[in-house]
Design a protein. Sequence first.
Length: 219
Amino acid sequence: MSIRLCRKKPKTKKRAYHNNKMATLKEVDVVTMEEDEDILFEIKSKLYRLVDNEWKERGLGICKFLQHKEDKKIRILMRRDKTLKICANHYVHPSMKLSENVGSDRSWVYKCPSDYADEEEKEELFAIRFANSENANKFKQQFEKAQVVMEAIKNGTPVDKLPSGKLTDDNEEADNNNAEANNNAEANNNAEAANDNAEADNDKKEEDKKEEDKKEESN
């Protein structure tokens, strides 16, 4: 399975000095191969890879889940801070499995069958670490969400029938369900309160009528 390569850094604007005069250079558009993709999720992390049975730091930066606008395939792309050099570039294969890294609750280990960070296909064993367990869990949720989409693509599901690859869609749906449940509960409470008030009014009317009847009998 081929993957889009990102060989260049984003476009920049530089200034040069000639004879103590500042000259502004023209901007040059540089293709990053991310133009045709949507960002599903991004998070700061530190990446390691296993080299000769030893963990080597691969880079610190933003890890992105990118989904192609047409074929809907999802890949992980991570660039190092400052240099923007790519340290991870691979599809989220359905067969990949996240495992806890030596019992840590803020890092994961996974084997990637084909990573293209070095512009050639290589099998890698990665360890990715986050600032806290909450971020690690968010990454895991998005990772598994992306795998569902990639599995559906593998099975031949039409693009327009694919599930959403965005983690926030699930959160929004959950929020909507909670809001609907709260509205229903509030409506039920209001209805019950109205019934209680109506019953109380009826009881009062019956008591008032009994009092009037007693007065008439005494007269």
